[in-house]
Design a protein around this ligand. Structure first.
Ligand code: LLP
Length: 415
C-alpha cells in the first residue's frame, strides 16, 4: 500500500506538511528517513544491498543509506562524485560503476580511484584493459529477455541496448587483459514482474556454470516493484530472496566456495519515503470534469507523463466552508507547464484519466505519494522553472536537504 499521509505513523503527516509548506512554500519534496531505514531492513537477508542512486541521488539521502549499511551503484562520473562526497569508499567495492559505455571523465575516474566497473559492452573491456589491466570488474549480461513496468524500463532482450549478449566472447577479452572478474550481474528491468523470476534465475545459473571462470559474486540487479495503488498486492520479499538464495546455494556447491548474493534496488528503498507537495492555483470545470492546475508540473514529476505512471493523490483542503467531502467529482490534476501532456492523471497510453476526488479549490494542497524514486532525480528546468526544495524528516527533526534554486542560478550558466 502506498505511504498514506493520514493512515501511517510516518512523519509525512498533515501537521508536518502544513508546517513545511508555510516555511518553504510549494512545490516541495518531503522525505521521511524512517521509511528508507525500514525498507533497507526488509532486504537484510541479501549479502550486499547496492543502492541504484539514479532513483534519488541527493547526497543527504545517500549519507543515510551509507549509515544503514548499504553499498552504492553509480552510472556516471557525476554519480561517482556524489557517492564519494557522501562518504562511500572507492575501495572494497563500496562503489560499483555500471554502464554500457565510458566517457573520458568516467574512464579516468574509475582508473584513478580504482573503482570496480560493471561492464555492459565489449568495447568497455578494451577501453579499460588498455589503461588498467587487472582491474576489478563485473559483467552485466543481457539475459535475452526483459521486463519493466513500461516498455521504456525494460532492460533485456533484442530491443535493449543494455548488457553483454555474447558472454563467451567477453570472457576471452577478460582473459586477455587479466581482469579480476568479481561476478555476473543481470537486471531485466525496473518494476519487474515476479512471474519472470524463475526465468532470470535459470539464466543466471546457466551463464555462471558455463563461464569456465571462478567468480565470487552474483547480482540479482534491481527492479523490485512497490505498490503505487491502494490495496494493490506486492512482491513478497521473503519469497523473492528464497528463489535467489537457491541459485546462490547451487553456485556455492558448484564452485565449492561461498558466493555473495547482491541486490541493486533503487525504487524499493526510496519510493515510499517521499511526497511531492503542490498548491492549487486554478480550477476549471469542463462539463462534469474539474481540471485542477497545481504549481508542480512534469518538470518536477515526469513519471506520469513519461510512463503513464500512477501516483496516489490526496488533498488537504484549505477551505473553512462545509463542503460535502463525501461527494467525489471527476477530477484531472494538471501542472502549469505549457504543454498539453502536463497531466498527472493519465494512463500509460497517454489518455487523460480523471480520478474521483473531493471538491478541490484554489489554495488546497495536493499530495502526490510515493515520489521518492525517479521524482526529484528526473526533474528539470523545463519552462524555466527552478528546481524545488527537498526536506527530510528524521526522528522528529526536519532538515532542508536541497534549497530552492533561484532564477539567477538557473540562468547563470548562460551568462
Ligand atoms: N540496476 C540497474 C542496472 C538499473 O538500470 C536500474 C534502473 C536499477 C538497478 C534500479 O532499478 P529499480 O530498483 O529502481 O527499479 N525512471 C524509471 C525507472 C528507470 C530505471 C532505470 N534503471 C521510472 O521512473 O520508473
Amino acid at each position: 500500500m502506498p505511504c498514506s499521509v493520514f493512515t501511517t505513523k510516518s512523519e509525512l503527516n498533515k501537521k508536518n506538511i502544513l508546517n513545511s509548506v508555510s516555511l518553504y512554500k510549494t512545490p516541495l519534496w518531503i522525505y521521511d528517513a524512517n521509511i528508507i531505514k525500514n525498507q533497507v531492513k526488509k532486504l537484510n537477508k541479501f549479502n550486499v544491498i547496492r543502492y541504484a542512486q539514479k532513483a534519488c541521488s541527493n547526497i543527504h539521502i545517500l549519507r543515510l543509506l551509507k549509515k544503514y549499511g548499504v553499498k552504492i551503484d553509480a552510472v556516471s562520473y557525476g554519480e561517482i562524485e556524489r557517492a564519494l562526497i557522501s562518504g562511500f569508499n572507492s575501495k572494497n567495492d563500496e562503489i560499483v560503476y555500471t554502464a554500457d559505455s565510458f566517457d573520458e571523465n568516467s574512464l579516468n575516474k574509475v582508473v584513478s580511484d580504482n573503482i570496480t566497473v560493471n561492464i555492459g559492452s565489449i568495447d568497455m573491456l578494451h577501453q579499460l584493459g588498455n589503461i588498467s589491466p587487472n582491474h576489478r570488474i563485473w559483467i552485466r549480461v543481457n539475459p535475452k529477455f526483459g521486463y519493466g513496468h513500461h516498455k521504456k524500463t525494460n532492460t533485456g532482450g533484442e530491443n535493449s541496448k543494455h548488457g553483454i549478449w555474447d558472454l563467451q566472447s567477453a570472457i576471452k577479452v577478460v582473459k586477455v587483459y587479466n581482469f579480476k572478474l568479481v561476478g555476473i550481474h543481470m537486471h531485466i528491468g525496473s518494476g519487474v514482474n515476479y512471474k519472470n523470476l524463475k526465468k532470470v534465475c535459470e539464466s543466471m545459473l546457466s551463464c555462471v556454470t558455463s563461464l569456465n571462470y571462478d567468480i565470487s559474486s552474483i547480482s540479482a540487479g534491481g527492479g523490485i516493484p512497490i505498490s503505487y495503488k491502494l490495496n494493490q498486492s506486492c512482491i513478497n520479499i521473503d519469497e523473492y530472496f528464497t528463489v535467489w538464495n537457491t541459485v546462490q546455494k547451487k553456485l556455492t556447491k558448484f564452485f565449492n566456495h561461498p558466493i555473495t548474493l547482491e541486490i541493486e534496488p533503487g525504487r524499493f528503498l526510496v519510493a515510499e519515503s517521499c511526497i511531492l507537495v503542490a498548491k492549487v492555483n486554478a480550477v476549471k470545470r469542463i462539463k462534469d470534469v474539474y481540471f485542477v492546475i497545481t504549481d508542480a508540473g512534469f518538470n518536477d514529476l515526469v513519471r506520469p507523463v513519461m510512463y503513464g505512471s500512477y501516483h496516489h493523490i490526496s488533498v488537504i483542503s484549505n477551505s473553512c466552508k462545509l463542503i460535502n467531502k463525501k461527494l467525489k467529482r471527476k477530477t484531472v490534476i494538471a501542472g502549469p507547464i505549457c504543454e498539453s501532456g502536463d497531466i498527472f492523471t493519465q494512463s500509460n497510453d497517454g489518455e487523460v484519466k480523471p480520478r474521483l476526488l473531493p471538491l478541490i479549490e484554489i489554495g488546497d494542497i495536493i499530495i502526490f505519494h510515493d515520489t521518492g524514486a525517479y521524482g526529484s532525480s528526473m526533474s528539470s528546468n523545463y519552462n524555466s522553472r527552478p528546481l524545488i526544495p527537498e526536506i527530510l524528516f528524521n526522528s522528529g527533526k526536519c532538515q532542508i536537504i536541497r534549497r530552492r534554486q533561484t532564477i539567477s542560478e538557473m540562468i547563470s550558466l548562460e551568462l
